[in-house]
Ligand binder design. Structure first.
Ligand code: ZN
Ligand code: ZN
Length: 370
């Protein structure tokens, strides 16, 4: 899918934010920030590729000479971004500094949060000024998804749903988590993703570790299995969904806990809407788990923002008083993790809109018995 994205408008938003925050220039290196601002998926190399957006509205980019064709092919040249390439023996930081200085004062320097420290130090040295982190200046812009991005997240959600709905093909007693994980990874690609980002198949007691990936444990009859999977679509937008399976009949104890979790997850999805704070979405799920004595086993925040990165702002966590607005996209994924026994998590990616919440994940929230 090629997205009709107005990159000029995104760069203009950053320029305005720089003026609002009384900063002069923002530097961004390869990664999600650069892709968001220009569409250019540059290789994260030791050689410097850097975009500079000035408060004046001007933007320039410095690229290694050998990367120039790739940068031009990405459409940078059509975006009012002045492009400068540097030869192998040149100092790219000096080139960046001299071209930036010719466009703006340079007392307030910001660097993207994802920049390698090596690059940030290079910039500091060339300018003789210590840059600050862009922090919210950029994430406040990136966290508000427009219609094209919302559509991309809906497509990502449908693709990962297609994988969950085939789980019965792969998940059964006698197979290892790794074997099941390999089949799931193939299916993630077959469902339209360009890349597999993670595959968690956490069976039985392994389910008590939220970020367990896969192991050589043989799945046994009666095991609850946490399956949390995600990938990146050709659009660049990510999927991330957790569903719970049980290989054979679950115990009464597990089922009882699971029903509470399902209630908590559904309650938080219903609670989320424009105007409520991120932390109140977290507490809407947490209170239900706590009320049933499971609070101490819910050991992570309720969710994370998602877009070009699987984890980005806004974080659905106690202490985040940010109010949800249309365009915020994030996970709602409460869980419980009982060491040595089992665990569970149910996760949807939702997008907040004027009309309420769009849930991008629509497979059953019930415990699926295989
Ligand atoms: Zn997640
Ligand atoms: Zn997940």
């Amino acid at each position: 899918m090629s997205l009709a994205i107005d990159y000029r408008a995104r760069v203009a938003k950053v320029s305005k934010a720089l003026r609002d925050h009384k900063q002069d220039v923002l530097f961004v290196t390869p990664g999600a920030d650069l892709k968001y601002l220009t569409g250019y998926e540059a290789l994260p190399l030791e050689r410097l590729t850097a975009l500079a957006i000035c408060a004046t509205g001007e933007a320039l980019m410095v690229v290694p000479h050998l990367e120039l064709p790739a940068a031009q092919a990405s459409g940078i040249a059509e975006q009012d971004i002045a492009l400068y390439s540097w030869q192998e023996t040149q100092n790219p930081y000096e080139l960046l500094a001299s071209e930036t200085r010719s466009r703006t004062t340079h007392s307030g320097l910001l660097v993207g949060n994802l920049m390698w420290v090596e690059k940030a130090y290079g910039i500091a040295e060339a300018f003789g000024v210590q840059p600050k982190l862009a922090g919210k200046l950029l994430s406040d812009i990136r966290s508000i998804k427009d219609e094209v991005e919302t559509q991309a997240l809906i497509e990502a959600g449908a693709a990962i749903d297609a994988v969950h709905s085939q789980m019965a093909k792969w998940l059964r007693a006698g197979r290892t988590e790794r074997e099941v994980g390999r089949d799931i990874a193939e299916a993630i690609l077959a469902a339209g993703h360009a890349r597999v980002d993670f595959v968690i198949v956490a069976s039985g007691p392994n389910g008590a570790s939220p970020h367990h990936e896969v192991s050589d444990r043989v799945i046994e009859a009666g095991d609850p299995v946490v399956v949390d999977i995600g990938g990146t679509m050709p659009s660049g937008y990510c999927s991330d969904s957790t569903r719970m399976y049980c290989v054979g009949a679950p115990t009464a104890e597990y089922l009882e806990h699971y029903e509470v979790l399902k209630q908590a997850q559904v309650a938080a999805v219903e609670f989320a809407r424009p105007g409520v704070s991120c932390e109140s979405v977290d507490s809407s799920a947490r209170e239900i788990l706590s009320g049933a004595g499971l609070g101490e086993f819910f050991i992570h925040r309720t969710g994370h923002g998602i877009g070009l990165e699987t984890h980005e702002e806004p974080y659905i966590v106690e202490g985040n008083t940010t109010k949800l607005v249309p365009g915020h996209a994030f996970s709602i994924e409460p869980g419980f993790y009982i060491p040595g026994k089992f665990g569970a998590r149910i996760e949807d990616i939702v997008v907040c809109t004027q009309g309420g919440i769009i849930n991008t994940n629509n497979t059953t929230h019930d415990l699926v018995i295989l």
